[in-house]
Design a protein around this ligand. Structure first.
Ligand code: UD1
Ligand code: MG
Length: 452
């Protein structure tokens, strides 16, 4: 059993009305992964004693994404306080004084920029000076719709007032709540149970527990954190802002790990992109999810990758597209207008121009001429192409799969290969050239007469 004395509740049941989307808000991706994955990843190093994600009805996709974390369905979603009550019921057996958990950390699923270090800092602050409720405060440039922290003597927080319920004086307060709070488990049920819906939105606000706690003489305080980490995503505009912040963070991380990004602001990374040391990424490259690049590889402009592995010293692009299952071993060259999908190219193989390689195995040092296509699809099924080592495929070769080309074979340009090419064979599979001497002059003369 975990030694952690805290449990985490992540709220994700809201309908996300302001996104105007058929997709649950927390499933919208940031840097290639759903927003909801971020708080879970931030929690991981802290090993919470339990993690419960509160989802809404018909959010099976969210449940699948957060698995193996436990999910609880809040049906109907009646506000953030009601969501915490739903989670509390699911974990109540484990809460203090008899259970192993004595603090509950509530995180909002729409707050993806929060880092582990910041969560750890909040937990450490609580250990040093325990409060009934410890809040993450922030001063965003535009406090807009955030809840305002109303403070009293000695820095105590008396209440949180939601923007929709604030009078003009309260609305003018710049210190807001950032969607993250740590609550002593022994007070949680009583506080959440005391909430009502007498507010502008007719919801059970979680933020209401701060007023309830302070009215009972319990101490609530706030730690001020960076707004860049606490930005909550409620609209598409905020989604784009969070994407920009995340990209800046990922680019910085990639450069610190030893990659050169020639124009970082034009390179788009996914949360799981791995760039080795001395990788050079030229301007305008997109890394979708699941891409790893080995040491010293060069990625040229306007390339687009997802689910691909690029070996050390490889050279890819400009204008290359690597789709899921593309594996380029060391020193492979893949050039302009080349697409690779579910295919492995052995060390030193080259496909420099205008090629499609799909569902294929290409041996080491094989040269794939311009315009080569693996014809992998018959309209119903995909078929594999196997090309050996040290093969030379002439320009415009069509390989009609399933088909195999043996090691060291030489395939003449323009060939349509429909059956096995033996190792070290020269294969010519194209129409014969016929030269009729002087016929061009005759034809021209005939056409000229006709047109006059
Ligand atoms: C909330 C806070 C606000 C704070 C801001 C920080 C409340 C009432 N307000 O406002 O003080 O400054 O976050 O970002 O808490 N959710 C549920 N069940 C529900 C309703 C919401 O699980 O019934 C989830 C949502 O999916 C979301 C999170 O709770 O992940 C917050 O809800 P949201 O509607 O985004 O609250 P905000 O208006 O942003
Ligand atoms: Mg929000």
């Amino acid at each position: 059993m975990s030694q952690s004395r805290f449990a985490a509740i992540i709220l994700a049941a809201g309908s996300g009305t302001r996104m105007n989307s058929a997709v649950p808000k927390v499933m919208h991706p940031i840097a290639g992964q759903p927003m909801i994955a971020y708080p879970l990843q931030a929690l991981q190093p802290l090993a919470p004693g339990a993690t419960v994600v509160v989802i809404g009805p018909q959010m099976e996709a969210v449940a699948r994404t957060v698995a193996p974390a436990q999910t609880v369905v809040q049906d109907p979603p009646l506000g953030t306080g009601d969501a915490v009550r739903a989670a509390f019921r699911a974990m109540s057996g484990r809460l203090s004084p008899q259970g192993e958990i004595d603090e509950v950390l509530v995180l909002y699923g729409d707050t993806p920029l929060l880092r582990s270090e910041t969560l750890a800092r909040l937990l450490a602050e609580q250990k040093q000076a325990p409060a009934a409720i410890l809040l993450a405060g922030m001063r965003p440039a535009d406090p807009g719709p955030y809840g305002r922290l109303i403070s009293g003597p000695g820095g105590r927080i008396l209440r949180i007032v939601e923007a929709a319920d604030a009078n003009s004086e309260e609305y003018a307060i710049g210190v807001c709540w950032g969607g993250l709070m740590l609550i002593q488990a022994r007070h949680l049920f009583e506080l959440v149970d005391g909430l009502d819906r007498n507010n502008a939105k007719r919801e059970f606000y979680l933020t209401g527990i701060v007023g309830l706690a302070s009215d009972r003489g319990l101490q609530c305080r706030a730690v001020e954190l960076l707004p860049e980490e606490l930005i909550g995503i409620n609209t598409r505009t905020e989604l784009a802002e969070a994407e920009a912040l995340m990209q800046r963070r990922l680019r910085r991380g990639a450069m610190e790990a030893g990659a050169t990004l020639v124009a970082p602001e034009t390179v788009f990374l996914s949360a799981d992109t791995r760039l080795g040391r001395d990788v050079v990424v030229e301007p305008n490259v997109t890394f979708g999810p699941g891409v790893t690049v080995g040491e010293g590889a060069r990625i040229c402009s306007f390339s687009y990758f997802e689910g691909a592995t690029i070996g050390a010293g490889a050279r890819v692009g400009p204008f290359a597209r690597l789709r899921p299952g593309a594996v380029l071993e060391e020193e492979v060259h893949v050039g302009n207008f080349v697409e690779v999908k579910a295919a492995r190219l052995g060390a030193g193989a080259k496909a420099n121009h205008l090629t499609y390689i799909g569902d294929a195995e290409v041996g080491a040092r094989t040269n794939i001429g311009a315009g080569t296509i693996t014809c992998n699809y018959d309209g119903f099924n995909k078929h594999r192409t196997t090309i050996g080592e040290g093969v030379f495929l002439g320009s415009n070769t069509a390989l009609v799969a399933p088909v195999t080309v043996g090691d060291g074979a030489y395939v003449a340009a323009g060939s349509v290969v429909t059956r096995e090419v033996p190792a070290d064979a020269l294969t010519i599979a194209r129409g014969q050239q016929v030269d009729k001497s002087g016929r061009a002059t005759e034809i021209r003369a005939r056409l000229r007469r006709k047109n006059n």
